[in-house]
Design a protein around this ligand. Structure first.
Ligand SMILES: Cc1cc2nc3c(=O)[nH]c(=O)nc-3n(C[C@H](O)[C@H](O)[C@H](O)COP(=O)(O)OP(=O)(O)OC[C@H]3O[C@@H](n4cnc5c(N)ncnc54)[C@H](O)[C@@H]3O)c2cc1C
Length: 393
């Protein structure tokens, strides 16, 4: 395993740093640093995506033929780490990291020609319609009905927890096209327009008071069969392919930023007791271990080996470390953590924060990150994977 950066990697890192210095505006940095969940609002993330797209860097993992920059794994990791360090707004993964690779792998030539350039440029903003009320971890039990009618499917039912459905103009979703046999064998993967008649989006407001997720209702929504990805009833294969991309991506760079933030809060809030310093040190050790594990996986990937169950271990460790860091920040802020400051934390707001600046985001981050051990495959499910594939239980 080779963990050291080579001279050409260091030169690449300097090139990325220079680009970020020149192009990441102060407003975008503020927006990036005040994001309280994994998703940044599209008015910022799409602005940054357009800047990256103009440089050819919007989709680090896409093949060159579809507009990717042709980077290797190490370069992609350097780019992600530098973007986190500079507080660049995160780009929404639903187009670039989820449905984009699926269309490359399973889409028709027409879908590739139409959808891929629009994902890359940010012209289309996507949401993911997988989960349903009653079908989350047990995704194969999904019920959204798609009846065949000539050249269309007619959809009835509902999707839930659909992140940013209120902004999206496109959705990729799983529908039920057959109820006989194994549940996995009757699922189909569709692409649809959010403006289709019969489709309504209802907000779900999170504990942090934010509108990020939604429930989407389908009342006889017609979707052309030409929008199907892969054969009818073969959607499960397509869905599993997508989940590999959903779980990808290292968390150490973001955790280091969070740890620095927590340490900074401790300084300004005067929380310098021994217990507090010990908790910070424990998290520092955990993040260093995650960083090393991610580099090990990266090194394996660079040699052509898949991450396997290591991605489950990293999901568990990364999300639990994130939650511990949030707890440290809340404890350090004391009463300032409890002041609701939604308007003051808007990028561009001129409202003075009550208490330390970090108090603007600590509590909503803490509340939003409770979901991190649930979404993207809950941590209990990841532990099951480790039990089966690593421990042979
Ligand atoms: C903030 C947020 C954003 C999301 N965004 C999207 C999105 O954009 N699109 C989308 O399709 N979905 C999205 N989801 C949904 C997410 O994928 C589901 O919440 C997740 O799959 C869990 O499903 P569930 O909520 O139905 O919980 P359940 O599956 O009902 O799980 C409840 C609890 O039981 C445990 N459990 C379940 N089965 C097992 C088992 N076999 N063994 C051990 N423990 C088990 C789980 O770990 C969990 O603790 C989002 C969720 C959140 C919280």
């Amino acid at each position: 395993m080779d963990l050291e950066l080579r001279d050409d990697d260091l030169a690449f890192r300097d090139e990325v740093r220079a680009f970020l210095d020149a192009n990441l505006t102060p407003a975008l940095r503020v927006a990036g640093s005040r994001v309280t969940s994994v998703f940044c609002e599209p008015r910022y993330s799409l602005t940054w995506q357009r800047i990256l797209h103009a440089r050819g860097w919007a989709a680090p993992s896409w093949p060159v033929e579809y507009g990717g920059p042709g980077w290797n794994e190490v370069q992609r990791s350097i780019f992600a780490a530098e973007c986190a360090r500079a507080s660049a707004p995160g780009l929404a993964p639903m187009g670039l990291r989820m449905v984009g690779p699926v269309i490359m792998g399973y889409g028709t030539p027409e879908q590739k020609a139409h959808d891929l350039p629009r994902i890359l440029s940010g012209e289309d903003y996507w949401c993911q319609g997988y989960s349903e009320p009653g079908s989350g971890s047990d995704l194969a039990s999904l019920q959204l009905q798609a009846l065949s009618d000539g050249d269309d499917y007619v959809l009835s039912g509902s999707k839930i927890w659909t992140t940013h459905a209120q902004y999206a103009n496109r959705m990729f979703c799983l529908v039920r096209t057959n109820r006989d046999g194994k549940p996995q064998a009757g699922i189909t993967f569709l692409l649809l327009d959010m403006a289709t008649p019969g489709l309504t989006v209802k907000p779900i407001i999170t504990l942090a008071g934010e509108h990020e997720v939604n429930q989407v209702f389908f009342d006889n929504v017609r979707v052309p069969k030409a929008n199907r990805v892969g054969p009818e009833n073969q959607g499960w294969t397509v869905a599993k392919y997508l989940l590999e991309f959903e779980r990808g991506g290292g968390s150490a760079p973001g955790l280091k930023v969070g740890l620095d933030r927590a340490a900074g809060i401790a300084d300004v809030a005067g929380a310098d007791d021994r217990a507090h310093r010990r908790r910070l040190a424990e998290s520092q050790i955990a993040v260093t271990a995650i960083d090393m594990s991610e580099r090990r996986v990266l090194s394996a990937l660079a040699s052509g080996n898949p991450p396997g169950p290591a991605s489950s271990m990293l999901k568990i460790n990364g999300t639990e470390a994130m939650q511990r860091i949030d707890e440290i920040s809340i404890a350090a802020l004391g009463p300032y953590a409890h002041v609701e400051q939604m308007q003051a934390r808007e990028a561009g707001s001129n409202i003075e924060p009550v208490g330390p600046e970090a108090g603007l985001t600590a509590m909503p981050r803490y509340l939003n990150n409770r979901a991190a051990t649930i979404y993207g495959g809950s941590n209990e499910i990841q532990r099951d994977i480790i039990a089966r594939l690593v421990l042979g239980l």
